[in-house]
Write a protein that binds this ligand. Structure first.
Ligand SMILES: [Zn+2]
Length: 552
């Protein structure tokens, strides 16, 4: 996701960090209160949705193929604001009806069966209705003065408002989606349309989308309305930028950027873009800046549409950066997804770091390194407050998960990756990224998987450095002084946590493991400072700069 709409507000970020700290300190909630058991795992969803835009409702017919690890007499999954009409299960040719109980506070539904289901395969069949809400989440109504659109926003925990589901990122499955829409409307989903057939009602047609790869629920998307698109192609992938009909003249710039970025990422990741098509869709009502749904990225209109006659360089730059951010997620987030929301920072930090890298390569004249330095200053300001949080923090409930989307998960995590890339060198870092993505594609991974891959590729202590920066709140301030007596080849260095307010005394025990990059005549040298060190090898010259490139 991209939070450009409010990420610029430091106050909002601070308030959010402060709220998170309060939640973490509340001891009453049992851990894993809202997590689903992993005895039953989804393999494949078949979904047919019929939205009624005028009544602001929809009906759904769903089947979920599941694998059961041990006998169960009940299956619990996520559902919110869903009215169940019928639920049954079939295993080994035997069908039985389920009793449905709802836990609205946990956003869960439990299906109980008279006869226990043995370990093995089973298929749930569910008929239900839901609401096209006005809350910019789940399956919702997006409105212009002319008409309504039915669109989705599922990250982090709102797929459950559109279809009963195992709505956690590690429950990856494949999807066959069909949408029944008005004859004059079209629909967009994650994959291309495979079949378009008239009916079932006289004024409707049914659009069936091809089977998705294995993916997380929060990346599913369906968008219904009279969208119009401008098409392009890059590395054999069909690219479209779509909007409401009145704005289609503003979509060409996005196509150009997306074509360039797709080829750049194919080359950077050395993994071809995983789907046959990529759509970027501007939506009239949209809460976040943009959302990286696999193959169907959604944007607020101002962050995708550009008027070629009047747009400023600043507007083009912002659109290019948001396109580059969401497209980076197609690999980093969509192809490989965090195991759980506590590692959201790895997704968002990576996309934040990568948006700058790719746009800097596309437009060197935009001097993106100045944007990076400016953003880094904001992050340092935020992180020098006592209210900041560590990059990795616990999040269990939907509210806690929503709190994770802040200036630390985006800005600080991006800066940590900038530091690591600068320390390892861009090519070694790229190889580590490739190794990580290849090992976990169409599956899930943790932060440890990422830094262990970087450690293995580089033979440098990336694991210790990243853990030190990710697990602790705040930022280190290093102070250098005269070489220690008797060791002219070394320089004395002290570290402490930096606070903007001089009245706050840091805990002397808080220390980091960090690469300290000295600028030299021919590039940089980066010895690693550990909490036990009070000296580092000194550069040969008498004067030195210990934050080469401003990337430490
Ligand atoms: Zn993002």
């Amino acid at each position: 996701m991209n939070l450009r709409s409010f990420a610029s507000s430091l106050l909002a970020a601070l308030a959010s960090a402060a709220t998170l700290a309060c939640i973490i300190l509340t001891p009453a909630r049992p851990v894993f209160a809202q997590r689903l058991p992993d005895t039953v795992r989804p393999e494949h969803y078949t979904l047919t949705l019929t939205p009624d835009l005028k009544a602001a409702t929809f009906s759904g017919v769903e089947s979920i193929d599941v694998t059961i690890a041990a006998p169960v007499s009940a299956i619990t999954l996520n559902a919110a604001e869903i009215a169940f009409q019928s639920v049954s299960v079939t295993e080994n040719g035997k069908q039985q009806t389920a009793a449905v109980t709802l836990d609205n506070s946990k956003e869960q539904a439990t299906f109980t069966f008279k006869e226990a289901l043995p370990a093995g395969k089973a298929t749930l069949a569910i008929a239900y209705t839901g609401i096209l809400n006005n809350e910019l989440r789940g399956f919702y109504l997006s409105k212009t003065a002319r008409r309504s659109y039915a669109v989705t926003q599922f990250e982090p925990t709102d797929a459950r408002r559109a279809f009963p589901s195992f709505d956690e990122p590690a429950f990856k499955a494949t999807y066959d989606v069909s949408l029944v829409v008005d004859s004059a409307d079209t629909a967009i989903s994650n994959t291309p349309i495979e079949a378009d057939t008239p009916g079932p009602a006289a004024d409707k047609h049914t659009l069936k989308f091809s089977t998705t790869p294995k993916m997380s629920t929060y990346l599913v998307a369906f968008l219904v309305g009279d969208f119009q698109c401008t098409a392009g192609e890059s590395d054999g992938v069909a690219i479209r930028v779509c909007s409401t009909p009145d704005k289609v003249a503003l979509t060409a710039y996005g196509v150009d950027v997306a074509k360039w970025v797709l080829h750049y990422y194919d080359n950077y990741f050395r993994i071809h873009y995983p789907l046959k098509k990529l759509d970027l869709i501007a939506l009239p009502d949209f809460e976040a800046g943009a959302m990286e749904n696999f193959g169907a990225i959604t944007y607020r209109e101002t962050l995708l549409l550009i008027d070629p006659k009047t747009a400023s360089t600043g507007a083009r730059k912002e659109v290019a950066i948001v396109i580059a951010h969401e497209m980076a997620h197609q690999w980093f987030g969509d192809l490989v997804t965090m195991q759980w929301w506590d590692n959201l920072w790895l997704n968002e930090g990576f996309a934040t770091w990568m948006e700058n890298k790719s746009v800097a390569a596309m437009h060197p004249e935009w001097k993106i390194d100045q944007t990076v330095a400016n953003d880094e200053d904001h992050t340092l300001d935020l992180d020098a407050q006592p209210t900041t949080r560590s990059i990795r923090a616990k999040a269990e409930t939907p509210e806690e998960i929503n709190q994770m989307f802040d200036g630390i998960a985006y800005g600080k995590a991006g800066d940590v990756l900038l530091t690591v890339e600068n320390y390892l060198g861009p090519e070694t870092f790229r190889k580590g990224v490739h190794a990580y993505l290849t090992a976990h594609q169409y599956a899930n991974a943790t932060a440890e998987d990422f830094w262990n891959a970087q450690t293995e590729v580089s033979h440098k202590p990336v694991d210790k450095i990243m853990e030190s920066l990710v697990a602790q709140p705040g930022e280190p301030l290093l102070t250098f002084s005269e070489p220690a007596k008797g060791s002219p080849r070394r320089v004395a260095v002290a570290q402490r946590r930096f606070f903007l307010s001089p009245g706050i005394q840091p805990d002397p025990a808080q220390k980091w493991t960090l690469p300290v990059c000295f600028k030299t005549d021919n590039g940089q040298k980066c010895p690693v400072l550990t909490p036990a060190d009070d000296t580092l090898p000194a550069p040969k010259t008498g004067l030195f700069f210990a934050n080469a490139g401003g990337k430490g």
